[in-house]
Design a protein around this ligand. Structure first.
Ligand code: PLP
Length: 383
């Protein structure tokens, strides 16, 4: 079976790589023994427990290598959402009482924005900076906001809805200039673009890189470890309690190793798919976000007046999204598209095509051509 094929749904073209990715066959193979015969608790001192603990340490090294920042260490979590909650809440808790500010950006994932809003409800001073029509933070806006009261600046690397890449290295330098930490949500960046040097805390997730769901990680530079969010048995050096799942950690490790080994190959493949997708689309589509700093496995476009929800309903054998997996189905216009300055009407015309390692050129051409002509039909009927 091809990794992107959904059993029982033969023929579905999967173009929703930002929502999740299929488990790579190599990852499933690596996980298999840890799901079936190797069931020991990795925190028990038995021979089998030590074997499981050793497998987790190999996986930790593989995740750290894929992040590629050096000098820090990774703690496993249940998701990137947990890692981001932990990083924000734990950093604020550890900071001195004068450092009670957080700065973030309007286009962050809900895992950051909602956590920041929750902290604001607890008395933290929150600043949410806007982005330009290109989806990027203006560094001058950030500089104006900086002072010695800032505990943490949270900015993502690759945006999950529109694919633009924020200037993380420069943001980290500005944070350090006032003694603040920089938290980077690199969920959509890991394995897809190099994570730049600078951040003190980096959140990642296995299921976006052809690993299993239910495991994420927080990378922490030495000394930047947040106060624990989850208390209990003292696992993960006392920072994140709870029995680790060897299967999930080993799966994350195998996916990270594969992403590191295939980095150039996957990158070149995505570049080719981007060119193919762009040349198969009619000129009437407008790309959301700036063109210079972006990851090319995310094509978020709109054709004014087209009903994107109807397109998705009409083309059920193509899995694509309205713009964000979280906003889809909720009826709420995407906060990212609104932050770019799109009207609610135009936001309802946006679709996101996400592709990667297992997408073929034929699939992209087939999907884009059919999406294009379904949109044209809608427009012709409305005319
Ligand atoms: N951050 C970004 C940018 C994401 O795209 C996602 C998932 O959609 C998350 C955080 C949350 O990751 P997880 O599914 O591991 O909680």
């Amino acid at each position: 079976m091809e990794p992107d094929r959904v059993p029982g749904e033969g023929g579905v073209i999967y173009l929703d790589y930002q929502a999740t990715t299929s488990v790579a066959p190599e990852v499933a193979d690596a996980m298999q023994p840890w799901i079936s015969e190797k069931f020991a608790n990795p925190h028990s001192p038995s021979k089998w427990g030590r074997e499981a603990a050793a497998a987790i340490e190999v996986a930790r090294d593989q995740v750290e290598a894929a992040i590629g920042l050096g000098g820090g260490s990774v703690a496993f979590t249940g998701s990137a959402t947990e890692a981001l909650n932990w990083a924000l809440k734990g950093t604020v808790e550890k900071a001195t009482k004068h450092r009670n500010r957080i700065i973030t950006v309007a286009t962050e994932h809900a895992a950051v924005l909602d956590t920041c809003e929750w902290l604001a409800g607890q008395g933290i001073d929150l600043t949410v900076l806007p982005v330009g029509p290109d989806g990027l933070l203006d560094l001058a806006d950030l500089e104006r906001e900086l002072d010695e009261r800032v505990a943490v600046i949270a900015v993502m690397l690759v945006n999950n809805e529109i694919g633009v890449i924020q200037p993380v290295e420069q943001i980290a330098a500005l944070a350090h200039g006032v003694g603040a930490l920089m938290l980077c949500d690199a969920v959509q960046g890991l394995g897809r673009v190099q994570i730049p040097p600078g951040p003190d805390l980096v959140a990642v997730s296995a299921h976006k890189i052809h690993g299993p769901k239910g495991v994420g990680a927080l990378w922490m530079s030495a000394g930047a470890e947040p106060a624990p969010l989850i208390h209990g048995g003292g696992q993960e050096k006392g920072l994140r309690s709870g029995t680790l799942s060897p299967a999930l950690c080993v799966g994350f490790g195998a996916a990270s190793k594969l992403a590191s080994e295939r980095f150039e190959q996957d990158h070149a493949h995505v570049e080719q798919l981007w060119i193919t997708a762009g040349s198969s689309l009619m000129a009437d589509w407008i790309i959301n976000g700036g063109m210079t700093q972006r990851y090319h496995g995310n094509l978020n476009v709109y054709w004014p007046g087209v009903d994107a929800a109807r397109l998705i309903a009409d083309l059920r054998d193509i899995a694509f999204s309205l713009g964000s997996a979280c906003a889809s189905g909720s009826g709420r216009p995407s906060h990212v598209l609104r932050a770019l300055g799109l009207s609610d009407r135009d936001a309802r015309s946006c679709i996101r095509l996400g592709f990667g390692r297992y997408t073929t050129e034929e699939e992209i051409i087939d999907a884009v051509t059919r999406i294009d002509s379904a949109a044209r039909e809608q427009r012709d009927l409305a005319a």
